[in-house]
Design a protein around this ligand. Structure first.
Ligand code: GAR
Length: 190
């Protein structure tokens, strides 16, 4: 079975969806650890509850970003990670990390990329009066939400209401992300 490391910075609902999918056998993988950059992230609690090892890397403890990412990379190697799964991790990874795991780092983003990259994708889309929303799962490269797209799921809300849109996008994320990860892991075995 492949080893996956999940990266999260916040609430961790996608992390939870991955944990639940592993528990129910829909995703056949070992979650070998959580990498987190925010000591207040609820994702940490989720890891604790599920006995998943946690590595916290706070930017303020490193002189430069590259140093932090080197420590992250060492941790991933120590955990013998095969795949790095970004689930609401709100930092760009250094080229060193990207090059260490070519085509083995994936991210999920709440927009139909290349539209609305970066923070608050839904807010950006609402500001533009966007009618079609959706999620994207993509390989991670050195840019922000810019790697090769693996899967997109669009959705057209009845009303342009932020809560409604975010709730639906989260549902789509939770259904889609674990299934796509499983597909990527299976394809690799062939
Ligand atoms: C998710 O909606 C994810 O798509 C987004 O952060 C949220 C994290 O929620 N990621 C990005 O915006 C990446 N640029 P969660 O912590 O509940 O999983």
């Amino acid at each position: 079975m492949k080893n996956i490391v999940v990266f999260a910075s916040g609430f961790g609902s996608n992390f939870q969806a991955i944990i639940d999918s592993v528990k129910h056998g829909r995703l056949q993988a070992n979650i070998v650890g959580l990498i987190c950059d925010n000591p207040k992230a609820y994702a940490i609690e989720r890891a604790r509850i599920n006995y998943i090892p946690i590595a916290l890397f706070e930017r303020k403890n490193f002189l430069i970003k590259e140093e932090m990412d080197e420590a992250i990379l060492n941790q991933c190697r120590q955990w013998q990670a095969d795949w790095l799964i970004l689930a609401g991790y709100m930092r760009l990874l250094s080229p060193e990390v990207i090059h260490a795991y070519p085509h083995h780092i994936v991210n999920i983003h709440p927009s139909l990329l290349p539209k609305y990259r970066g923070l608050d994708a839904v807010g950006q889309a609402l500001d533009k009066n966007e009618k079609i929303y959706g999620i994207t799962i993509h390989y991670v490269d050195e840019g922000m939400d810019s790697g090769e797209i693996i899967c997109q799921v669009p959705f057209e809300p009845d009303v342009l209401d932020r809560d409604h849109i975010e709730r639906r996008l989260h549902q789509l994320e939770h259904q889609t992300y674990p299934a796509i990860i499983q597909k990527l892991l299976l394809e690799e075995r062939v």
